[in-house]
Design a protein around this ligand. Structure first.
Ligand SMILES: C[S@@+](CC[C@H](N)C(=O)[O-])C[C@H]1O[C@@H](n2cnc3c(N)ncnc32)[C@H](O)[C@@H]1O
Length: 238
């Protein structure tokens, strides 16, 4: 399936700007579940990819992270970077908001973060970019660090299937109309020996389904922690 090029995605989000925050009907519940299951109170350094208006960063810094936690927010869009900088200004001493050129390579040392967060961004990336970014997230996370993701996904049940079908049709006509986002099954790309699943849930508020995926980064020679093992694949079949 064709996806928006990085330059087209940038153009769209430069124009879309603060309207991104109107998607509360379908985003609020998935984001709440992400926050509840990501152990943010224990985080030392968070990297957010595709921070949008900075809404999630502001909420995490104000309510969930300690006063020591460092936060790096990346985005391709000038407008989004401007909005995020304004929103996070009061935490300037430990926040870095950085504009990227859209590349999947992260300008960060190996094992330098303990949370990698991204909401509603993987669903607009090409499959090749998804795989590259997951590899990079694994590289920059410390062993035991968490990857914390939310993306649009396909739904079960009549209403959710109808909403997914309509979204796919609109995307097929023009990916740009849907902000480049389409329903994907993110767990398929994550389930490798790099990750130990911690939490997966699909929820469909307002008929639009989101997948919340949280997994622990496992690096070579580190034994898997059986207490956290959760089988994404059988959960999907249920
Ligand atoms: C659908 S919005 C989601 C924004 C925010 N994470 C949220 O949940 O509200 C997608 C965001 O990803 C950014 N983005 C798209 N492609 C990107 C890329 N290749 N690199 C970095 N950011 C990107 C867009 O500028 C936009 O801010």
């Amino acid at each position: 399936m064709r996806t928006l090029s990085h330059s087209k995605a940038k153009k769209f989000y430069d124009r879309f700007g603060a309207r991104q925050d109107r998607s509360t009907l379908y985003e609020d519940l998935p984001i709440r579940l992400l926050i509840e299951n990501s152990e943010f109170e224990d985080a030392n350094s968070v990297l957010e990819f595709g921070c949008g208006t900075g809404r999630l960063a502001e909420r995490l810094l104000a309510e969930h992270l300690t006063s020591e936690t460092a936060y790096t927010a990346l985005d391709i869009s000038d407008t989004m970077i401007g909005l995020t900088r304004g929103r996070l200004a009061q935490w300037n001493s430990r926040v870095e908001v950085r504009q990227t050129a859209g590349q999947m390579t992260l300008d960060a040392d190996d094992s330098s973060y303990d949370r990698f967060v991204s909401t509603y961004v993987f669903d607009l990336l090409s499959i090749g970019d998804i795989v590259k970014l997951l590899d990079e997230a694994h590289r920059v996370l410390q062993p035991g660090g968490l990857i914390c993701l939310v993306s649009l996904t396909a739904g079960h049940g009549f209403g959710a299937k109808l909403a997914t079908g309509m979204w796919r049709l609109a995307y097929w006509i023009s990916p740009a109309v849907m902000g480049g986002c389409r329903p994907i099954r993110l767990w398929r790309y994550l389930f490798a020996d790099h990750w130990e699943a911690k939490f997966r849930r699909v929820v469909c508020p307002g008929g639009l389904c989101s997948e919340i995926l949280i997994a622990r980064c496992v690096k070579e020679n580190e034994p898997a922690r059986a207490d956290l093992t959760f089988d994404f694949q059988s959960a999907v079949r249920r």
